[in-house]
Design a binder for this molecule. Structure first.
Ligand code: SF4
Ligand code: SF4
Ligand code: FES
Length: 521
């Protein structure tokens, strides 16, 4: 039996998988049917009636989001009857809508605004006062609700139920007094609550963290991977003026579907805090040349007996940065290779997206070290047995848990890091590198999936890519790592890590201006 179905939409034949709905089948032909309540990641309820189409031999118009395709089905989306029905439905939705677009944070990415210009564009015929509802309702720790902008599509209700598994939103009252609300005394407060803002087709739900910061049409979008935990949710960085303004989920059915957690969304704040923007030697600003020469000189003394030197790979940094340092560790023949990372947070693990490991790349570091034949020790184990002969440590990243602070002071610490905190503050030499949103690279999630990050904007000050800083340090100690781009590091790396030999380096992408991206609703 065939798994596909062939039907005709607007006179064109189309073959799609069995079970597809008419709305999605039309999309494959480039036919966009207007819709509010339908979302491909949510259960279908067909309640807005904005997607009505004519289907031959069917006496009534059908909601295309709910209508499943059938062999020989003939669908019309541009006939006068269904066109008028969708136009009238849009007018109906607008009857009590406040149309406060100039002060609405969704303007520029609002489905209602878009459909009005696409399908109606007519003057209002409402000559009676509109029904007003509450504005600026503090509905939860991260979200503000404007009840009169809500078009009662129930996407947010279904998102709470489906994504977080918590029924926290509901409709109350009837007719034109119906409104979205929480149960008395309750809040919209769950680890995935901000997905409701993404799915809201209008400006009824807005994020406290983002609202009134930037207009959507001013932002550029760059695809990347959330570095908040080992799940590696696919995201877009929305940025402007060399900084990120928000992170939103990017569809990947194999990782995060359409969703991400609230905590992950807020990780962009860290890109601007405590940054190491220039090299330092003994805590004082230095040029790159002086810092590299100083680091090489300090290391050179101990590399005569490499057992005195240790390197720290980091589960918080990319595969490329870790591979570069792992290569140096191998060439230097160091006595100790540690792996550092943030301590696990067992309470996070919820069987959905959030996992206990809050490092983006523990699996990547493990694979690289194994491929290069490096025996690694978790850094937190050092408290128990710090090697007495250890004299110098090259640390990637700023996280080094479990390392005795007094012992650390006795060592020549060379830090290669994006942030000036933790182990970096006491480093003899600190080399500034790009953070995750500022450099091309990859991370490997808990399931071993290697995922590509793109540079959304330049790193601050004199910071450069981590692998580049490490290659410069290597060069000064006599180890030549001839890379001019992250892609070349990648090429070298996959030649060694057998499990990654079939993974390709995704092509470079240019930031996409959101004003050309259409509505995100
Ligand atoms: S708040 Fe937004 S997503 Fe929720 S029902 Fe209203 S319009 Fe739909
Ligand atoms: S689940 Fe993890 S990877 Fe996904 S958004 Fe949250 S912190 Fe980021
Ligand atoms: S999108 Fe089909 S009924 Fe709402």
């Amino acid at each position: 039996m065939s798994d596909t179905v062939t039907l005709t939409i607007d006179g064109k034949p189309v073959t799609v998988a069995k079970g597809t709905n008419v709305l999605e089948a039309a999309k494959t032909l480039g036919v966009e049917i207007s819709a509010f309540c339908y979302h491909p990641g949510l259960p279908i309820v067909a309640q807005c009636r904005q997607c009505l189409v004519s289907i031959e031999k069917n006496p009534k118009l059908q909601p295309s989001c709910q209508q499943v395709v059938a062999d020989g089905m003939v669908v019309h989306t541009t006939d006068p009857v269904s066109t008028l029905a969708r136009k009238q439905q849009l007018e109906f939705t607008l009857v009590n809508h406040p149309i406060d677009c100039p002060i609405c944070d969704k303007a520029g990415e609002c489905t209602l605004q878009k459909l009005y210009f696409d399908h109606d564009n007519a003057d209002s015929r409402v000559d009676t006062p509109k029904v007003h509802k509450a504005k600026v309702v503090d509905i939860g720790p991260h979200i503000v609700l404007d009840q009169e902008r809500c078009i009662l599509c129930s996407r947010c209700i279904r998102t709470c139920d489906h994504v977080s598994g918590q029924h926290q939103l509901e409709f109350a009252h009837r007719s034109d007094h119906e409104l979205l609300t929480t149960a008395p005394g309750e809040q919209l407060d769950n680890p995935y609550s901000l997905n409701t803002v993404d799915v809201c087709p209008v400006g009824a739900l807005t994020a406290k963290d983002f609202r009134f910061t930037m207009r959507a049409w001013e932002l550029d979008a760059t695809p990347s991977i959330c570095n908040g935990c080992a799940t590696g949710c696919n995201i877009e960085i929305h940025h402007k003026n060399e900084r990120a303004w928000r992170l939103v989920p990017r569809h990947n059915p194999d990782v995060n579907d359409y969703w991400m957690c609230d905590e992950g969304r807020f990780t962009y704040h860290d890109l601007r805090e405590h940054r190491l923007a220039g090299p330092t030697v003994e805590g004082l600003p230095a040029s790159w040349d002086r810092a590299i020469a100083s680091a090489a000189k300090r290391l050179g003394v101990f590399l005569k007996d490499p057992a005195q030197v240790g390197v720290v790979l980091s589960a918080t940094c990319s595969n490329e940065d870790n591979y570069a340092l792992a290569r140096l560790a191998k060439e230097w023949k160091v006595g100790l290779v540690l792996v550092a990372g943030k301590p696990p947070v067992p309470a996070r693990a919820d069987g959905r997206l959030r996992v206990a490991d809050v490092n983006p790349n523990a699996a990547g570091v493990k694979a690289i070290a194994a491929a290069l034949g490096l025996a690694t020790t978790p850094s937190f184990e050092l408290d128990r047995a710090p090697p007495a002969n250890l004299r110098a440590l090259v640390v990637l990243g700023d996280v080094l848990p479990g390392f005795d602070a007094a012992r650390l002071k006795e060592l020549e610490v060379i830090a290669v890091a994006s942030h000036e905190r933790g182990v970096v503050t006491g480093a003899r030499v600190a080399l500034p590198i790009a953070a995750w949103a500022e450099a091309a690279g990859t991370v490997t999630n808990a399931k071993g999936r290697v995922q590509r990050m793109h540079a959304a904007f330049a790193p601050p000050g004199q910071a450069i890519a981590g692998w580049d800083a490490i290659a410069r340090l290597g060069h000064a100690t006599g180890v030549k790592l001839a890379w001019s781009h992250a892609r070349e590091v990648w090429k070298d790396m996959v030649a060694q890590v057998a499990a990654w030999k079939d993974v390709t380096w995704a092509r470079e992408v240019r930031p996409l201006a959101l004003r050309f991206a259409g509505s995100r609703g």
